[in-house]
Design a protein around this ligand. Structure first.
Ligand code: ARG
Length: 399
């Protein structure tokens, strides 16, 4: 009796997910493995990946192009929430997982599978995101995570795969663990495990070293409608084009590199390197437009919501009732966040240098120090009397 009969496996083409196929069948008695690779714009050739799953013993091998939904439904929502985990990481990996979980569940239902499988180990965040997201979408499906249980070293995993005709990685495999998609690259392991060591230049692919970036600044204009970026330099873009082009443009100026010590949900601190040019620029620009179009109280209150939202996404709770409730709040705040932000890209910095909006709450007559000033200065006196009253009373009683 196996753990499941028919399984849909989240497949990437790497050694671990490939070995999952024979392992599920020979060790855990699974009869049929359907491999599912998600095209999230990682830029890999997915046809060889699809074939590799079949060679590794999958009965069926599917590739789902989910790039558009990834940007529209996940990345743009995160931009509206100005989501930066621990103030820095724009969640490129974390945002992909609930979408992969969604297509795993849909595929399992379509093929009448009784379980879902993934190749995550027991130390990371991704296992949590997959398991919890799948459970939220269909609590009746079992979730199998062979790599969490098999206890094989890298060498043993490769040797196990060879027994079932899975080729040894030809190129000496990179010492880094890399996850990449349209939103960026997440890089860990190898020399990066020493938090004191500067990352070697070779790990970067989307962002230039400052020494190689242009010596002239480049100005770009990003147009938002209800908190969603829709134009670049005045030209309407599809979501995927906008992200791809902005990755190019900002990466060329060395923007979007992040080197941080991060707190994982499972309690481990890890040293992570990210490059995420488009997301970093978009979040900054979006936040700037909010400062022009939201009232002070909404804007300040939203910061707390953003923090909670970011933690929910990082911690695998994308499909949770609290996240859905926060979505309602965030969507309401975005109704008037439309306009344009001008950004100067130069030597690793994206500087916000201008913003304008039909919904701008900026009031020149009130803000100006010039003769046109309409602010009632006398009113300030009474305001301060009332505002400062509790403090004055306190001071009188305690001095
Ligand atoms: N620490 C990041 C996160 O939890 C990225 C993990 C990416 N995985 C990798 N193999 N580099 O979202």
């Amino acid at each position: 009796m196996g753990r499941a009969k028919k399984v849909v496996l989240a497949y990437s083409g790497g050694v671990d997910t490939s070995v999952c196929i024979p392992y599920l069948m020979h060790e855990w008695g699974v009869e049929e493995v359907i491999a599912l690779a998600a095209d999230l714009g990682q830029g890999d050739e997915l046809e060889p990946v699809r074939e590799k799953a079949l060679k590794s013993g999958a009965s069926e091998s599917l590739v789902a192009d989910v790039k558009e939904s990834f940007v529209k439904d996940y990345a743009f929502a995160a931009i509206q929430a100005n989501a930066l985990y621990e103030n820095r990481y724009p969640l490129g990996t974390a945002l992909a997982r609930p979408l992969i979980a969604k297509i795993l569940v849909e595929t399992a239902q379509k093929y009448n599978a009784d379980a879902i499988a993934h190749g995550c180990t027991g130390k990371g965040n991704d296992q949590v995101r997959f398991d919890v997201s799948c459970a939220a979408l269909n609590p009746n499906l079992k979730i199998l995570a062979p790599a969490r249980e098999w206890g094989m070293s890298r060498e043993e995993t490769i040797a196990y795969g060879e027994r079932y005709g899975i080729p040894t990685p030809v190129k000496k495999s990179s010492p880094y663990s890399i996850d990449k998609n349209l939103l960026g690259r997440s890089i860990e392991a190898g020399v990066l495990e020493d938090p004191a060591a500067e990352p070697p230049e070779e790990i970067y692919q989307m962002t230039k070293a400052i020494a190689d970036t242009p010596d002239q600044p480049e100005y770009i204009e990003i147009g938002f409608q209800q908190g969603i970026p829709i134009t670049l330099n005045g030209v309407a873009k599809t979501p995927v084009d906008l992200i791809e082009q902005l990755n190019q443009i900002a990466g060329n100026h060395g923007i979007g590199r992040i080197d941080m010590i991060e707190n994982r949900l499972v309690g481990i601190k890890s040293r992570e390197i990210y490059e995420s040019p488009a997301m970093m620029v978009l979040i900054q620009a979006h936040r700037d437009l909010e400062s022009l179009t939201l009232t002070a109280d909404v804007s300040h209150y939203k910061r707390g919501i953003e923090e909670t939202y970011t933690q929910l996404v990082y911690n695998g709770l994308w499909y949770s009732p609290l996240k859905a409730a926060l979505d309602g709040f965030i969507q309401k705040t975005q109704e008037r966040v439309s306009g344009t932000v001008r950004v100067k890209l130069f030597k690793g910095n994206a500087t916000l240098v201008g913003r304008w909006s039909d919904n701008s709450l900026y009031t020149p007559d009130l803000a100006t120090y010039g003769a046109e000033d309409k602010f009632d200065h006398k009113a300030a006196e009474g305001f301060i009397y009332v505002w400062g009253l509790p403090t004055r009373i306190w001071a009188q009683h305690t001095r």
